[in-house]
Design a protein around this ligand. Structure first.
Ligand SMILES: [Fe+2]
Length: 312
């Protein structure tokens, strides 16, 4: 394990790079930021309309001041799966990928998550889980996974997500070796709605003191996109903006990189199992070929239901 001597030093803005060149830069830890486009705004608009319908006229950004946290959870718990399983959601994600120069025949996408991060610790667990510093690869993401992150409403630095680039090639003692993706999905995720004031689900966490600064936060407008490697150390910024943050994130893998097991360097991820079965071909939502999943799987890991992805 260990890095390739590459320094994380670049954020590309509205880059026209595509294909293997863009993926290669991402696997080196560089970050791509995109302004809103018609396709991404359509996805953000769709999310906003679902959110606003669920809140029935209450401003979702300030709803926490209007209701007890239990009511907020009651509204958001069904909203999250409703967004995930909505057919239009999946099609809008595919349109985003097409617009952002992904080859739909070779790119596999998972379902997009809708996340809410309320202000000042109103809700920090369960459906509003505030993610501690992590790499998605601690949670059994393949090393070639790319994360697409988009605010649904405008955000502030105080309600964004943070990258901790010093850890790109620096290992952190962490609990990933005890994380089994299949066990997590059969027991952890379905209980999320019950976790209102604390979260007891066992997640891979840093097991040593970390230096979270320097950190980098990107603040694109609603419908803008931050694209980054799943191996990046990132976290939820504790929201002190006064307004809730709603964001969408989804993940992609390119079949070339799944086949060759290329991607970001693995510095400290040792989970059991793989999230690869969650990914469907963007062109027609066909399954990931089993022989390719097997390349990334662990013989002793059990298969189960596949629904969880760590967010930011
Ligand atoms: Fe994440």
């Amino acid at each position: 394990m260990g890095g390739r001597g590459v320094v994380v030093n670049t954020s590309y803005h509205d880059s026209r790079l595509g294909g293997p060149t863009r993926r290669s830069r991402l696997y080196d830890g560089q970050i791509f930021v995109f302004s809103p486009r018609a396709s991404s705004l359509a996805l953000a608009d769709h999310a906003r309309s679902m959110i606003e319908a669920a809140f029935e006229g209450i401003d979702p950004l300030r709803a926490q001041y209007e209701m007890p946290v239990e009511r907020y959870v009651e509204i958001c718990s069904p909203l999250k799966p409703a967004f995930i399983h909505n057919d239009r959601t999946k099609e809008l994600v595919r349109a985003v990928l097409d617009d952002f120069a992904c080859d739909l025949e070779r790119t596999y996408q998972d379902v997009p998550r809708l996340r809410m991060v309320t202000s000042h610790g109103y809700l920090t667990s369960g459906v509003g889980y505030a993610h501690h510093p992590h790499r998605d690869t601690w949670y059994a993401a393949p090393m070639c996974q790319l994360n697409w992150w988009m605010p649904v409403y405008d955000i502030e630095s105080e309600s964004s997500m943070a990258f901790h680039p010093a850890y790109w090639d620096r290992a952190v003692k962490n609990g990933s070796s005890e994380f089994n993706y299949y066990d997590w999905n059969s027991s952890g995720r379905k209980d999320a709605a019950k976790h209102i004031t604390s979260d007891t689900r066992k997640q891979p966490k840093p097991e040593e003191e970390m230096e979270l600064d320097p950190q980098i936060r990107f603040v694109p407008p609603a419908g803008g996109i931050v694209l980054f490697s799943a191996a990046h150390m990132h976290s939820t910024v504790p929201n002190t903006s006064g307004a809730a943050r709603y964001s969408i994130d989804f993940r992609t893998v390119h079949l070339d990189d799944v086949e060759t097991k290329s991607g970001a360097p693995n510095v400290d991820s040792e989970p059991k199992g793989t999230s690869l079965r969650d990914f469907k071909r963007a062109s027609d939502f066909a399954e990931m070929p089993a022989e390719l999943v097997a390349l990334h799987d662990d013989a002793e890991a059990q298969s189960g239901e596949f629904v969880f992805q760590p967010g930011s």
